[in-house]
Design a protein around this ligand. Sequence first.
Ligand SMILES: *Cc1c(COP(=O)(O)O)cnc(C)c1O
Length: 401
Amino acid sequence: MNSYLNAYGRQYIDDDDIAAVEKVLRGDFLTGGPTALELEREIAEELGVTFVSLCNSGTSALHLALLSLSVDSAWTVFVPAISFVATANAARMCGANVEFVDVDPDTGLMTPETLRCCVTNWIEHGGSGPVAVVPVHLAGQTVLLEEIYDEAKVYDAKVIIDACHAFGTTQKTVDGSYAVGDCRFADAEVFSFHPVKNIAMGEGGAVTTNTQEIAEKVKLLCSHGITKDSDKFESEFEQEGIPPWYYEMQELGFNYRITDIQAALGISQLKKLPLFKNKRAELVERYRVLLGNRVGSTIKTMPHVYGCEAMWHLMVVLIDFSTTVRTKTELMKALQKQGIGSQVHYIPIYQHPYYRKLKGFIRLPGAELYYSRTLSLPLHPNMKVRDVDLVVSALLKELEL
Ligand SMILES: *Cc1c(COP(=O)(O)O)cnc(C)c1O
């Protein structure tokens, strides 16, 4: 078995990527230089959004996006129960209360109905104060953006999309298509460029928005709350004017900056986005041909969301382990022995000890059913289509299907 099947996801790096990074290393700016600004411009153009602010991770991006909307301990943030913990953690980092929204048991996505149900329940139990919603585009597929946005606006909620899985996903509409990240149904959207994500920068993240105020706040907080822009200085200067060394810290910020080394890798990876998207689609299609349409079977591939042209981040299969000869643990171990990596995305966030202590016992039926069945199989651009055949035949053999 090829060693790159060892993990459910991994980066694809070629000589162009290495040359791009080397060029920055030999240049004047390792950080704070022109390369990061160049990547921000390129991403803005690619997605059709006005402002892009890079930072050092998807988690930082979520934190900055929430802070830019003034989320604090007076707020409640609604997140799907199925996501990486960072989605909920970012709200906690702002001091906000977190409420877990149930998901569709087949797609793992928050829906307008599960959101409404969660908010209604929260209000009935005395919930009040400003609210934000953070839907997650799980596996690269979009939630029902417009419907969730409309639902959120009923509660006057801010909407931040956690699009860490969905860089490169496009959505078809009656009048053309648009890119995830263009913020037509969100106050801000957030990406990650961790090596397993759709493009890799080592670590990296971005906040996109069409609101200047949000973009400026994200930039300020990304670098200590310091501004060097003399137009924005709060202090007044007389006689000699502004001293040449002067800068101003206006709010308590962080060092969440991206380096130019990472941005160089990002620029080079961005050129390969169409290639990556096609490759991932081709691999997913092969999985679907081999596993899909097994009517009444104990195994199925994640259903596709209508109109969504996903940049597939995960290859999710749903297996009814109540009817199989092996448990999920046994299956994963057996596959690993053959050099095939798999992973579970995700443990419902409320099951983690930190959230159990904070929120008490929670059990959401959609999230539990999704979690019991989900398994992510290898999917990354290093793979060949025939690798899918190897993975699927190993899987079916282990399950005696
Ligand atoms: C990866 C991921 C994050 C966090 O991104 P990092 O760059 O690893 O900090 C947040 N949300 C989701 C859904 C993710 O998959």
